[in-house]
Design a protein around this ligand. Structure first.
Ligand code: PMP
Length: 289
């Protein structure tokens, strides 16, 4: 058991979280000028291991580049592993964040300070487990032509509006659908469907290229293609996936109820074995802590 405040890695050193403060003029706080990741580590037979760490940090680097933030992936890798070790975490959620700090309150970000932190926490915010009820959001997803689907902090205001609206109507999660009726993704997870035994990964240019999505395509042989809302409603099973959500069966999409989701259950169990190093052939996805 932890006897002191958890540690986090901040600009090169491990610090107790209760000893940290950020200035109120932090640029990212005013404009959302930061980029983050959501990563998981799992307890495996050979100790804790981070799942697809490199892919997560590489995606973060792309987002950082857009904001003019230099993110050193090898430094962020070391910071992640150090923080996990310092906190003694095995099954953990890992939250790296790079952001623009102080120096100006204007929109020209060239002269701002840049920061990096990595926090790890033992608890992960899940969806509603396999009772998750989805609803079509009245909000549109940020179009990629305005805000690329990367984990830019400000972009998540869009997800938060949709999540709030869905929760207010008694649902667990919102489904973004575009103006032509094509499914985009959820607020923090990608969408799959199963029909007649065939698995389809919903493809959309405005959706985050999910690492769990990529994993599930590899594991299930799913075909990636655009899907309409009508197509999703005709599926036998729908599931969503993401680092935090893992593989979550959808119980209902608005008034459409789904059955007991046998294919999803099998894929969720396979994913759980892969992330814990219990399936041969996927060891390259794990980084030992
Ligand atoms: N879409 C959005 C909007 C997300 O925030 C996430 C979580 N990162 C995902 C999809 C799933 O991505 P990943 O599998 O890489 O966690």
């Amino acid at each position: 058991p932890q006897t002191h405040a958890p540690m986090l890695w901040f600009d090169g050193a491990l610090v107790r979280t209760d000893a940290l403060q950020a200035p109120l003029t932090t640029h990212a706080m005013h404009y959302g000028t930061g980029v983050f990741e959501g990563i998981r580590s799992y307890a495996t037979r050979d100790g804790a291991a981070v799942f697809r760490l490199h892919e997560h940090l590489e995606r973060m680097r792309k987002g950082a580049e857009l904001l003019g933030i230099d993110l050193d992936v090898s430094q962020a890798t070391k910071a992640t592993l150090q923080t996990l070790r310092a906190n003694g975490h095995r099954d953990a959620y890992i939250r790296p964040l790079a952001w623009l700090g102080t120096g100006s309150i204007g929109l020209d970000v060239a002269a701002l300070s840049q920061h990096l932190m990595v926090a790890t926490m033992p608890n992960v915010v899940h969806l509603g487990g396999n009772h998750t009820r989805l609803t079509v959001s009245p909000w549109r997803r940020n179009p990629a032509s305005s805000l690329p689907p990367l984990k830019l902090c400000g972009g998540y205001v869009n997800s938060i509006l949709a999540k709030r609206e869905a929760k207010a109507r008694g649902f667990d999660e919102a489904l973004f659908v575009d103006e032509d009726g094509f499914v985009v993704e959820c607020t923090g997870a990608n969408v799959f469907m199963v029909r007649g035994g065939w698995v389809t990964a919903v493809e959309h240019r405005d959706a985050l290229p999910g690492i769990t999505r990529d994993t599930m395509i590899t594991l299930s042989g799913a075909r990636s293609r655009p899907v309409t809302l009508g197509g999703l409603l005709e599926a036998d099973e729908v599931f969503v996936c993401g680092t935090a959500a893992e593989v979550t069966a959808i119980k209902a999409l608005d008034r459409r109820e789904f059955g007991d989701n046998p294919v999803t259950r099998e894929l969720a169990a396979l994913y759980a074995r892969v992330v814990r190093g219990e399936e041969p052939g996927h060891g390259a996805w794990l980084t030992s802590v």
